[in-house]
Design a protein around this ligand. Structure first.
Ligand code: FAD
Ligand code: MG
Length: 329
């Protein structure tokens, strides 16, 4: 929940809906004559994807797939198969910095639940043996996915909100909307431009300050803006912060100096995976990855208050908090 609309001056009133879905606050701001109907359709689509992909729902396709691990495959809808397929592609591309089979580690730590705790090294090592995206067997012909070993499980928490934002955009466009803001708990899609034709201004959260305090803003038109941060879901034990983005190499919250990654892209599914992946990869490898993908830009913030911005954002990002040092790439 780190990127928000700062301003939207317009005399045309949007339809605004705030609701709780996918374990987060969903905010839709939709402009145009058909906005009421389009917003309703968009909310239905979010509910539909949540029902298919949530690990917290017993009847979801992901839960069914996880329950069959080591036994048999699960036939999936086009939505779920597509997201798993994309997640596997990115797991390969990032050499496992992003790994959709991270669920046993996510569950063990329980961050954001009433079971959150620091597990023992032994427990982490045991669960880590189950984490390996190479054990995900995809059968595109039958739209079926199987996990090789008992106990293995998939968690789409680092990708599914991005896919959802793309699908919400599709629903809005199909319902004659050309201007809207989609915010799925910090996973933002600025559809088109503002209703007065100017670009949207999206605030970038100061990861060291309270929620809603921005260190700068981004001007975008028809782009996805996704942020991953260590302030999003965490707990503190003996002064140490444990957050929800894990390094699949050791099973601990990723600690490499980065405290926030923002990805600007055309597709939010890419932005979501890349924000999580680059957080784990760290500054050097993360920047290299982003720079190797056409049309994708990034803002990385490190714990020593440096802000790294890729060249494509040099005119659209405005750093306003003078405590941070701007490092152009
Ligand atoms: P991101 O950085 O985008 O992703 C972090 C999340 O990705 C982690 O929370 C974990 O799930 C996963 N992850 C961590 N490390 C890695 C890694 N190395 N590789 C791959 N993935 C990793 N939350 C609730 O509290 N209750 C709910 O009922 C609930 N339902 C949900 C249903 C759906 C369909 C989705 C998509 C999410 C749901 N969530 C729910 C939220 C979810 O548990 C995550 O916390 C959330 O998606 C994190 O998003 P983010 O943008 O903050 O972080
Ligand atoms: Mg993400």
């Amino acid at each position: 929940m780190s990127t928000f609309l700062i301003s939207c001056k317009s005399n045309i009133k949007p339809v605004e809906k705030d609701t709780y879905l996918m374990g987060t606050i969903v905010q839709l701001k939709v402009y145009g004559g058909n906005a009421e109907k389009a917003t309703q359709k968009a909310l239905e689509r979010i509910g539909d994807i949540e029902n298919k992909m949530s690990v917290n729902m017993e009847t979801s396709e992901i839960t069914k797939l996880n329950d069959k691990a080591g036994k048999s495959g699960q036939k999936l809808s086009r939505d779920t198969y597509f997201v798993i397929d994309e997640a596997v592609k990115y797991s390969k591309l990032t050499e496992g910095a992003f790994d959709l089979s991270i669920e046993p580690i996510v569950k063990l730590w329980g961050i954001g639940t009433d079971k959150e705790r620091v597990p023992s090294k032994n427990e982490i090592e045991e669960k880590l043996k189950l984490v390996n995206y190479k054990d995900i067997i995809l059968d595109s012909k039958n739209s079926t996915v199987k996990l090789k070993r008992t106990g293995q499980a998939i968690d789409l928490g680092g990708i599914a909100k991005g896919y959802t934002a793309d699908e919400v955009k599709k629903v809005l466009i199909n319902n004659k909307i050309s201007s809207a803001l989609i915010n799925l708990g910090g996973n933002v899609y600025a559809v088109g431009s503002k209703s007065d034709g100017t670009s949207w201004s999206i605030g970038v959260q100061n990861p060291l300050d309270t929620r809603g305090k921005y260190l700068g803003n981004l001007r975008v038109t028809d782009k996805s803006v996704v942020t991953s941060g260590n302030y999003e879901r965490y707990f503190i034990v003996d002064g140490k912060r444990y957050h929800h983005i894990f390094d699949p190499k050791d099973g601990y919250p990723s600690e490499n100096g980065i405290i926030s990654t923002t990805i600007v892209s055309d597709k939010s599914i890419d932005g979501d995976v890349l924000s999580t992946s680059t957080y784990v990869l760290g500054l050097t490898k993360g920047l290299k990855l982003v720079e190797s993908i056409k049309g994708v830009e990034a803002i990385f913030i490190t714990s020593d208050k440096k802000v790294y911005v890729t060249s494509g954002l040099k005119d659209s990002f405005n750093l306003t908090d003078k405590e941070f040092i701007y490092e152009k790439r």
